[in-house]
Design a protein around this ligand. Structure first.
Ligand SMILES: [Fe+2]
Length: 301
């Protein structure tokens, strides 16, 4: 089955033509006589756990004991409920290749300390980075809430778009951004949101996928305003990625001896602590792991 959607009745391997039912049972093998005593029951596709949050499907490749989705997402799941994820409609999907390690760009989405120099003429004009409130949650997840510089400011890219009526005051009047460990960033607004997914490609290259979601379209369909909104975002993304290859180069240079993070950047430190925890601190060389210091600042789930 190659289609993204539709009415497929099963799967056929494009290479040797083995066929499977939709639930993964092997039903036909080309030249079966050449597989003496083959037991179809032992050749099913590998099952993976999958759960949904609204229309988003999360696959869990842990074969032994997959953690329930809501538990894995922590408090983010409950906070996203107000955006009615079950009603959201996909507006646009695109991806961008960037010449840096995946963590370099992820870091850029977890703090606003860089606004003053990188986004001088864009984000910094409307967001007050010094007013940011940060919440760290167990499991590496976190939230960042940045106030607008002016209380009556509205993102021009969203004016005229329909709103999700159940969105509460804080995300309506501020810029709220969630980090879902290990690789999703989502800044939801009442008018919709991008889901940004960060993928490593090699040690020094990465891909960011941007999937845009909107409250249900009215009879007029997808608004042209989305093109403007997405191109505004692309301008900001370009600002964020402009130095990525140079940052990567400096990370690889013998002159790089580690970095010092400030209080405003603690979401970055938080996810590095979580990476170490998952890998096992005793399995990481002393100069490659971070000292766990944030435990008492993590809010219970
Ligand atoms: Fe940025």
């Amino acid at each position: 089955m190659k289609e993204d959607d539709g009415q497929g009745r099963g799967f056929v391997c494009g290479y040797h033509g083995w066929s499977y039912t939709l639930d993964g049972k092997l039903v036909a093998v080309r030249d079966k006589r050449d597989f003496v005593d083959i037991d179809f029951a032992c050749h099913s596709l590998i099952p993976v756990a999958c759960e949904t949050l609204g229309g988003w499907i999360f696959v869990n490749e842990d074969e032994d004991e997959p953690q329930p989705l809501r538990e894995a997402l922590g408090p983010v799941a409950a906070e996203l409920d107000q955006f009615q994820p079950e009603t959201l409609t996909l507006v646009d999907s695109r991806s961008y290749d960037v010449g840096c390690n995946v963590k370099v760009l992820l870091d850029a989405f977890l703090e606003v300390y860089h606004l003053k120099s990188i986004h001088q003429n864009t984000v910094d004009r409307f967001l007050d980075y010094r007013g940011t409130t940060i919440t760290l949650w167990p499991g590496g997840h976190s939230r960042m809430t940045t106030p607008n510089r002016r209380p009556d400011w509205v993102d021009p890219g969203t004016i005229g778009l329909p709103e999700i009526p159940t969105v509460t005051e804080i995300p309506r009047l501020n810029n709220v951004s969630y980090y879902i460990f290990p690789n999703i960033v989502m800044p939801p607004a009442a008018t919709g949101m991008p889901m940004l997914v960060f993928w490593p490609v090699t040690d020094s290259t990465m891909r960011i996928e941007c999937h845009w979601f909107s409250p249900p379209f009215g009879p007029e369909g997808r608004s042209d305003l989305w093109d403007k909104r997405i191109s505004n975002f692309e301008r900001i993304l370009e600002e964020d990625t402009q130095f990525a290859p140079q940052i990567q180069e400096s990370l690889e240079s013998p002159g790089f001896k580690g970095m010092t993070l400030c209080y405003q950047e603690r979401r970055i430190y938080h996810y590095h602590e979580e990476f170490d925890r998952r890998i096992g601190r005793n399995r990481i060389a002393a100069d490659l792991r971070v000292e766990p210091v944030l435990d008492s600042w993590v809010e219970p789930a």
